[in-house]
Design a protein around this ligand. Structure first.
Ligand SMILES: Nc1ncnc2c1ncn2[C@@H]1O[C@H](COP(=O)(O)OP(=O)(O)OP(=O)(O)O)[C@@H](O)[C@H]1O
Length: 441
């Protein structure tokens, strides 16, 4: 059967695919929730009105490209028309969102930053802006809320510090890291956070249970470094920080959460949609009158990701580090001798010599000890961090310059082939290995 339209012009057969160019009109305080199709990217632009993606306003008339699988929402405070070109897995509009409560939090934080700015820099307490920590189960929208309140603050001219303690996904850099970065501009919804000012410590695993002691040590190192930066920079101090945490909030995960709250001296705890954790935290922190525990509603748009999707997201993040979001980066493949590097793993080796232990006691592995490992094919496909340490005993307390990816180990010629973001010698010969691997596809 042939299709003909007005004036007898042929029409395309009807299709069930959502791949055509189409417009969506959004009423005020509503959002368009989108999951980009898994195969191709989606282009989107704002035709009229105003709209933002996770706290960052989008420009009018400019097409923005979103990679396959990307999940996001375009929210409007006052109404907007959006145009999309490409395939989506799903897209729908929602007028019930927790955005008003989120922006109210932003307003309170803004007030505290202003008070901090107006105080004498000599008073370390009153000149300190809010230290916010965002808590919730996996897929409760913690990273999204963190980015939103950071972007709203940056839009008002503040330069708050983003602290990412979520080693599972990595909102600043690759997974397996504890990191921080000042946010000087609203966060680009696609490109994310520039790495040039990031302070990164490498934990080396995507789950904290593999070495909780090391996790705590790195949290402390990062907190102390930020504390020193705040001491010399009144502007950053007044802007405060927003800390994104892991979704592990039960058992040892809860202990790590309390440890993070105390280590960073957090004074605003935002709990997304988890009554039990909220009341537990209120109870345990009631002796600290300056700490506010605030429960916030989870957005109905937050997408749950199963283990496989999370693993895929981790791989994408590592790929993005080396190749960029749309293959715009060209990493270098380098070959080095085994003797050019010292590869350390943290955790292992005896905690104390047997002679120092009571009779009959067995030495246990020290989770905070950097142990030199032999280079062998076990390291194939590992992601190693390049430490800034000058000496081996500084490895655990040093941040890292970046990462390399081991693509070949030649045991006979004693050569390593690795991918690095740039050409030439690495900034250090001390490398840190964990369990983080990547299979380049
Ligand atoms: N309103 C929304 N509409 C559509 N997608 C959303 C919305 N809010 C968040 N998302 C998406 O849902 C996913 C999960 O959100 P997010 O990463 O913020 O959760 P999380 O609690 O930080 O998860 P995790 O603990 O696993 O890191 C992300 O892909 C995010 O882009």
């Amino acid at each position: 059967m042939a299709y003909t339209g007005a004036m007898g012009a042929p029409l395309q057969p009807p299709t069930t695919s959502l791949s055509s160019i189409r417009q969506v009109k959004l009423d005020k305080e509503s959002e368009l929730r989108i999951e980009v199709g898994t195969e191709t990217s989606l282009k989107l632009r704002l035709l009229n009105g105003t709209a933002e993606i996770f706290g960052t306003e989008i420009p009018t008339e400019i097409w923005i490209s979103f990679p396959p699988g990307y999940k996001f929402a375009v929210f409007t405070w006052n109404g907007a028309t959006i145009e999309m070109d490409g395939t989506t897995e799903t897209d729908y509009t929602a007028d019930e969102t927790p955005m008003i409560s989120y922006v109210n939090v932003h307003a309170v934080l803004e007030g505290r930053r202003n008070c901090a700015k107006a105080s004498s820099a000599k008073d370390p307490d009153s000149s300190q802006g809010p230290r916010v920590i965002v808590v919730g189960q996996s897929d409760s929208g913690k990273s999204t809320l963190s980015k939103m309140i950071l972007s709203w603050a940056a839009k008002r001219g503040w330069k708050p510090t983003f602290v990412d303690l979520d080693i599972g996904q990595g909102a600043i850099t690759i997974p397996g890291c504890i990191s921080a970065s000042p946010i000087e501009m609203p966060i680009d919804p696609v490109e994310g956070i520039p790495l040039d000012m990031a302070l990164i410590f490498y934990f080396g695993h995507a789950t904290p249970s593999l070495n909780t002691e090391l996790y705590k040590v790195l949290v402390k190192e990062l907190a102390q470094t930020i504390e020193r930066q705040f001491a010399g920079n009144a502007e950053s101090r007044a802007a405060g920080m927003v800390i994104n945490t892991m979704g592990w909030i039960e058992g040892p995960g809860y202990e790590l959460l309390l440890n993070a709250i105390n280590t960073f001296n957090a004074d605003v705890i935002l709990v997304i949609g988890h009554d039990k954790t909220c009341s537990r935290l209120k109870d345990v922190l009631k002796t600290k009158p300056n700490v506010d525990v605030v429960k916030l509603q989870k957005s109905g748009g937050v997408v749950s990701r199963n283990h496989k999707v999370r693993q895929k997201a981790r791989n994408c993040r590592i790929r993005e580090y080396f190749y960029g979001l749309s293959n715009e980066l060209s990493p270098y493949s380098n070959v080095a001798n085994f003797s050019d590097f010292f590869v350390y793993k943290i955790g292992g080796g005896p905690a104390a010599p047997r002679s120092a232990l009571p009779i009959g006691a067995e030495p246990t592995a020290d989770p905070k000890r950097a142990v030199l490992v032999n280079i062998n094919r076990d390291l194939l496909h590992s992601v190693l961090a390049v430490s800034f340490a000058k000496e081996p005993d500084q490895i655990i307390s040093s941040n890292v310059a970046g990462f390399i990816y081991i693509t070949d180990i030649d045991m006979q010629r004693k050569k390593i082939t690795y991918l690095a973001p740039s050409q030439g010698e690495l900034p250090s010969k001390y490398l840190i290995a964990g369990t983080l691997t990547w299979l380049e596809t």
